[in-house]
Design a binder for this molecule. Structure first.
Ligand code: GAR
Length: 202
């Protein structure tokens, strides 16, 4: 059984990409990251890819280009790497069907909140503020399939709750949440790859 091929899309620091790269390197995942794309050329995630010897592709928007055109170009470039899965690991750009229909059931997104909660940007800060107002006592992390243009919605593949701790500062909560993300993302990809192997061989 060959290694599964992962393309990872990032917009920022890439700590979740790093968790995937590490899990591929130490054999936790029977997979290889075959390319990393970023809509932000300065994203540190690209540097992490280069350090791991993985093609790092800065994929900026062109002037006057529509979202659909960008997504078609992006899909063409991602398709060159023949991914089994495309992982959105801190990819902060909504993908249209021009991209998603090219990789049906193959696009996974990581979101730093529970299903249905705090879609979009700054989810961690918004959840923390809601806790401080007494509205919630927990948040969490989820990994889901991206079937359509909905923001941070789709069939949930992995989820983990995180309870707020008395008097906890935002930074401390954020650090705990990121730890959970790194673990849950790898675990969910691993489960998915195992299921696929199982389906193919049965
Ligand atoms: C992560 O917290 C991820 O869940 C979030 O961006 C961060 C990227 O961190 N994604 C979203 O908010 C999607 N709505 P990283 O670049 O260090 O992996």
């Amino acid at each position: 059984m060959g290694l599964s091929r992962l393309v990872v899309l990032v917009s920022g620091n890439g700590t979740n990409l790093q968790a995937i790269l590490d899990a591929c390197a130490d054999g936790t995942l029977s997979a290889q990251v075959v390319a990393v794309f970023s809509n932000k050329p300065e994203a540190y995630g690209l540097e992490r890819a280069r350090r791991a010897g993985v093609p790092a592709i800065a994929f900026s928007t062109r002037e006057g280009e529509s979202r659909q055109e960008y997504d078609r170009r992006l899909a063409d470039s991602v398709a060159v790497y023949a991914p089994d899965y495309v992982i959105l690991a801190g990819w902060m750009r909504i993908l249209t069907t021009n991209f998603l229909l090219r990789f049906p059931n193959r696009v996974l997104n990581l979101h730093p909140a529970l299903p249905g909660a705090f879609p979009g940007t700054h989810a961690i800060e918004r959840a923390y503020a809601a806790w401080r107002r007494g509205e919630i006592d927990r948040s969490g992390v989820m990994v889901h399939l991206v079937p359509d243009e909905g923001v941070d919605t789709g069939p949930v593949l992995g989820v983990e709750e995180i309870l707020f701790q008395d008097g906890e500062l935002l930074e401390a909560f954020e650090a705990r949440l990121h730890e959970v993300e790194h673990r849950l993302l790898v675990k969910t990809i691993k489960n998915l790859l195992n299921t696929k192997v199982h389906e193919v061989s049965s």
